[in-house]
Structures are given as C-alpha cells and as structure tokens.
Design a protein around this ligand. Sequence first.
Ligand SMILES: *[C@@H]1O[C@H](CO)[C@@H](O)[C@H](O)[C@H]1NC(C)=O
Ligand SMILES: *[C@@H]1O[C@H](CO)[C@@H](O)[C@H](O)[C@H]1NC(C)=O
Ligand SMILES: *[C@@H]1O[C@H](CO)[C@@H](O)[C@H](O)[C@H]1NC(C)=O
Ligand SMILES: *[C@@H]1O[C@H](CO)[C@@H](O)[C@H](O)[C@H]1NC(C)=O
Length: 350
Amino acid sequence: MKLITFALLILPTIFCEDENIQNDFLEWKNRFNKTYKNVEETEKAYKNFKFNKKIIDAGNEKFIKGEAYFHQSLNKFSDQLLHQRKRAMRGVATVTTGQSMMSGRSFGPPIKMTILKPGTFESAPLVWDWRRHNGVTPVKDQGYFCSGCWAFSGLGALESQYKKNYGKEYNFSEQQLIDCNRHEITGNWGCDGGNQASAYNYIGINGIELAETYPYKEELPHDDAYSCGFNSSRAVGQLSGYYRIRPGNETFLKEVVYYYGPVSFAFNGLLPTFAYYESGIYDDPNCVDGLSHSALIVGFGRVNIGGRIIDYWICKNSWSTDWGEDGYFKMVMGKNMCGLTRYLIAPKID
Ligand SMILES: *[C@@H]1O[C@H](CO)[C@@H](O)[C@H](O)[C@H]1NC(C)=O
Ligand SMILES: *[C@@H]1O[C@H](CO)[C@@H](O)[C@H](O)[C@H]1NC(C)=O
Ligand SMILES: *[C@@H]1O[C@H](CO)[C@@H](O)[C@H](O)[C@H]1NC(C)=O
Ligand SMILES: *[C@@H]1O[C@H](CO)[C@@H](O)[C@H](O)[C@H]1NC(C)=O
C-alpha cells in the first residue's frame, strides 16, 4: 500500500477505499493536467470525481456482464457534475418542430428549405462510413465554456459536402456563426445555444469564412461578447439551401446518409453515461427524447455481439479526439435513441 500523498485533502479518517480512489484521482489529475486554484476547488473536484467514478464503474459492470454494449471511462469531464458541464454538453436552443425553426428575422429572404421524404432514394447497404470515402473533416473541440455544438455540427455537415463533392477540405468558422448569427437577428443565441436551420439561412445569405481567418475563441457568453468580425471578401463557404429530413424513420435516414451525405442532428446528450462514453454502441434506456446536444451522422454499421445483431450510427462529436472513439461515438439504430431522429438537417451547396 502506498502512503497517502494527497496533501491538499485534509480528511480526518482515511479508509482503504478512499485511499484507492484518492490515488485514482491523483493519477487522473496528472493525466489530464488538471490544476485547481485552492483547497476548496480541489476538494470539490475530488468529490465530483468520486461521484462520477461510481456511475462509470456501475455502467462498466453492466458492460462486463453483457448487459450494455458500450464502455465508459474517466475523461476530461470527470471533475464536474452534470449541471456544471452543461456548457459543453448543451447547445440546441428552442428546437421544437418544423417551421418554428425558421422563426426569427434574417438579413434577407429565407433560403430554400426542402423536406426529404421516404421514397426519395433507393435502399441503403448495411454498412457505410463516409470517413473511408473522403467525406469527413477532422474532429473539432468546442471546449468547456461555449454551447456552440449547433455551429460545429452544422458546419461539419457543410464541410462534408465540400469534401465529398469537390475534394476540398475546409474548416469553416464556428466563431463567425456564434458572433454574427445572433438572437436579435436569427433566433440564435451564440454560446447559449442555437440551431442549424438559422445558421444555414445566415450562411446562404452571407457566406462563411474559414476558421483560419476567423478563429474559435471558446468564450463564456456575455452580452457584449459577440462583436461580428465577418469580412465578406474572406468568405469561402456558401450554400444554396438545405434539407430537413422527415423525422422518425431510421431506415430512411440511412438512405439519406448513404446517397446524400453526413446529416447534422440534435439529441439528448446530457446523460452522464454519454459524457463518459469511451467506446462501443451507446444504448441507454434512460436516454429519452430531449434535444440538448448536436453531432453529425457520418455513417452506419452492423455488428454481431454474442449472436445478437446490432445496427448502429457512426457519429462525429465536437469534444476533441480525446473523447470517445477518437472523437466519435456509435449510437444504437432503430430505437430513436436519445431522440436522434427528431431534428435532422443537411446543407445543399450546388
Ligand atoms: C499534459 O501535459 C503534457 C506536457 O505538457 C502533454 O504532453 C500532454 O499531452 C498533456 N495531456 C493532456 C491530456 O492535455
Ligand atoms: C421509412 O423509410 C423507408 C425507406 O425509405 C420506407 O420504405 C418506409 O415506407 C418508411 N416508413 C414510413 C412509416 O414512412
Ligand atoms: C482543420 O482543422 C484541423 C484541426 O482542428 C487541422 O488538423 C487541419 O489541418 C485543418 N485543415 C485545414 C485544411 O485547415
Ligand atoms: C477584408 O479582407 C480582405 C482580404 O483579406 C482585406 O484585404 C481587407 O483589408 C479586409 N477588410 C477589413 C475591414 O478587415
């Protein structure tokens, strides 16, 4: 047994169980280069860490017993509780249904929105992955403070269209959308959340710069944070309209992903099991419909686990490559998991 080297935590009695978890905490803290301002912050982080580790261990026990198909792990979020993490996790604002997404004023007339319905395409194969077909740009990192997932997801789909159709790899500017596509104008709230439909409408009217010329700042939202620095002579990206995909049909969604390309979607991304997802196929019966986060469906696949056939979606997240499967996650298909079929959207560039 190692001696307790946890000087900052002053605990009157140290139990063996605590000792192990303290060592786990120190190890984790070093691995993720976490520093805390003072003793209180360290103790709070440690308390949260213990709480989160219990959830992860319980989930992984299910995984070992074969009752779950995804593995969880400690990660960079493990010193925070759910409500503190919400900036990174949350980000789809005022998503209801259909036309209300189009509400809000804009600089010009709305660009063309087309609803894709079943019957549009032939049937899709069992397996498809746009990463293997030159259709996906690198995973980005929205950071901890800005609920800008709607911008990352929406631009991810636009980047995919440029890459798969023209072989061009662009990283478009999330910050431009956050600063310039604001609530007074479009119904979007910058780092307090937004939606892809009004983002596409904004891009269709104004164009979008590269992240290289208009970099991401990961700011805390505050009233005067958003000063728009868009320079139209630097705009590189454009779009001519966008598609909304008829909700609730995952067979059809496969066809859209295969024949059209990656699809931006909103889902419930607020569960701890999702925050600590490390690998496998995410399938949590507690993950009910409730749109809070956004990501990008880039493909789908099928596995046989102990005789059980499981179809899944391959999704690109915006929490950097140190989260999940190199920044990606798989989500079970056929259950409308976490409400994933409710808000589906893809840009049109020609
Ligand atoms: C922690 O810092 C070291 C040294 O600066 C670096 O090599 C490593 O990648 C960092 N780890 C994380 C998770 O940021
Ligand atoms: C779902 O989509 C599939 C494939 O396009 C189609 O055959 C089927 O009729 C659709 N189901 C409903 C209920 O619309
Ligand atoms: C896009 O951004 C990623 C990192 O976020 C970087 O690795 C890549 O080189 C960038 N691509 C271009 C074309 O700028
Ligand atoms: C806009 O971008 C162009 C091209 O990079 C540059 O020449 C011009 O100075 C910029 N305008 C402003 C106001 O920054």
